[in-house]
Ligand binder design. Structure first.
Ligand SMILES: *[C@@H]1O[C@H](CO)[C@@H](O)[C@H](O)[C@H]1NC(C)=O
Ligand SMILES: *[C@@H]1O[C@H](CO)[C@@H](O)[C@H](O)[C@H]1NC(C)=O
Length: 224
């Protein structure tokens, strides 16, 4: 018997194991496109959790409490999430990748220092939606994607490990000369940061030529 998504959901609600609803392969749990409206209870050994294209509206601390402390990746792309309880992911000591693109989130939650990739593009994150110095201690962060939000500043300080910073389609109007570089140390080179996107912001990058001297490449954006 092949069950459709809503039939499977009923099975989950009556307490059957998540792997009857979702596809479990090794440590990966795939729950894509199942019309889920909340995070199902995951097996303890889950390392990668995918729940793309569902109808999840809210993430609470209890969703990821008491479980899999070996979760490395969570992908909640294209749900209807409006809020994530702030310290939800702080009990996951191995978390490296969080993908919450295409939701309605206005506040980026506090994330562990172990992060390597954060993708919160296509949300409603504004100036107050990112904690002060949120990324400073993430010494392995390589990819930070915040495309199409309502952010009006570059969220400094950025760790030296960062390779890609996507901020296109925001409301950034100002760039400081020390946003990326260190004005007190002209020997400082930020080798890793090769990919900065600032197009689609009301900013004229030509006004701050000193801001890019330590970068391997000039950011993409308005230079006119
Ligand atoms: C589960 O988490 C709750 C709080 O979120 C805690 O009170 C409880 O002791 C935990 N249980 C286990 C088995 O870890
Ligand atoms: C952008 O800044 C440069 C350098 O200050 C200036 O010459 C240019 O006119 C500015 N362009 C616009 C559209 O304001």
């Amino acid at each position: 018997v092949k069950l459709n998504a809503s039939q499977k959901k009923v099975l989950l609600l009556v307490g059957l194991p998540v792997c009857l609803l979702c596809t479990c392969l090794g440590g990966s749990v795939y729950c894509d496109d199942l019309k889920l409206d909340s995070v199902p209870p995951l097996p303890k050994d889950t390392t990668h959790f995918y729940a793309r294209y569902n109808r999840i509206t809210k993430i609470s601390k209890s969703d990821f409490a008491n479980m899999s402390t070996c979760l490395k990746k969570i992908d909640l792309t294209a749900n209807e999430i409006t809020s994530i309880e702030d310290r939800t992911f702080m009990g996951l000591p191995e978390l490296e990748e969080l993908i919450i693109r295409e939701n309605h989130i206005s506040q980026l939650p506090t994330l562990p220092e172990t992060m390597t990739l954060i993708d919160a593009s296509h949300n409603n994150i504004g100036s107050k939606g990112i904690h002060k110095e949120a990324f400073k201690d993430m010494t392995g962060l390589q990819f930070l994607y915040l495309t199409d939000n309502n952010i009006d500043y570059v969220p400094v300080p950025l760790p030296d490990s960062l390779r890609s910073l996507h901020l296109q389609g925001n409301n950034i109007q100002m760039m400081h000369e020390d946003t990326f570089c260190n004005l007190n140390d002209f020997n400082y080179i930020r080798n890793a940061l090769e990919d900065i996107r600032l197009d689609g912001n009301p900013i004229n990058l030509s006004k701050t030529p000193q801001a890019y001297v330590c970068l391997p490449r000039i950011p993409v954006g308005n230079l006119i």
